[in-house]
Design a protein around this ligand. Sequence first.
Ligand code: CAA
Length: 379
Amino acid sequence: VVMLFTQDQLAVQALVKDWCHQKLLPYSKQLEKDKALLKEFWVELSELGLCGLQFPEEYGGAGLESTSYLLAIEEIAKISASLAVTLSVHTTVGILPIITYGTAAQKESYLPPMTAGRWIGAFGLTEPSAGSDAGQGKMSARREGDGYILNGEKIFITNAHLAQVFVMTARTHPEEKGPKGLSAFVLEKDTPGFTVQSGDEKLGLQGSDWGNLVCNGVYLPETQRLGAEQEGFKIFMNSLDQGRISIAALALGIAEAALEDSIRYVKERQQFGQTLSCFQATQFKLATMATEIEAARHLTYHAARLKEAGQPFSKEASMAKLYASETAMRCANEAVQLFGGYGYTTDFKVERYFRDAKSTEIVEGTSQIQRLVIAKSLL
Ligand code: CAA
């Protein structure tokens, strides 16, 4: 480990790494096909205490700082980005909005089962016509008595079928067309009128769950609103700032796995009478991958440390997510190239890294959105 982490942080990393290699590694490919396995591994993650690692003990968490959690995400992503994204969405954009904006009663109801991993969280922002322009969401929340009636649809929602708790935006103020018309709500899966529908087939993260959420006349009492009316967009943006550091750590894990597999392969594979590692062209690829990974690691843990210190970190979170995800994509691409024809088969893991890495350039804000956030802060 090149960066300076505390002994406690390194102990968490070692524990997770050990578990990943002993338990997860043999199933990393099968996880893509066998949906039941995700739930089994979720139970194991819960038993390891990873669902609430970075949250205060009063909410059932372990009270550790973000860095330990991110080291855990990085290790899991090296073996299964699908399992890592399941945990990442649950802990960051699932739990964090409730921790940060929930009432005492909401925290008491939701946080203990969520930090223990008994209940999984999901985050409903994206809609068919509101992706990058997230402030345009159309799901409506019409006032009725002491509550709201929700109608509309969310798509591409990670953990949709697994989750018990959904944090969602809906438009309480239709006269406001943009972000200011949105409020946030917490909704439980068995609420009448709420259904989860299958998502489309996806390129990567095939071991993870996603789906579409449909609200058809869902009644939510006012006590299910999160934060004040019209505060929904800010709540979601604040949660995404934190979630993006976690996606950066996930991308970092994929990039590292691509480099590690490449190093092993080029030391064995012989062509033109020598191993691939003897060619300077190969060495330069590895050197570039390693350098970019090191830079991504510094950006990721720098953003985490700003957050832990209570400093603004929105720009740095976007920089970390932008750079780490593009690094993951470049490293996975180089790994497939180094493996050649073998890399294009499903017998080797590098094709999975390639498919999984692409998701990190899109999920929780595309690379273009990260550049917008960074530019806005510069200007
Ligand atoms: N924290 C708190 N408040 C914020 C904020 C932040 N990071 N960013 C913006 N805001 C506030 C602004 O201050 C502003 O408030 P005021 O009007 O009171 O000043 C308000 O929100 C609107 O801000 P903008 O004018 O900047 O909003 P915008 O419409 O231009 O959008 C954006 C900005 C960065 C493009 C934003 O829409 C965005 O991040 N889009 C991408 C959405 C995204 O990441 N989607 C991924 C979905 S989740 C997912 O991936 C699936 C999953 O399962 C996890």
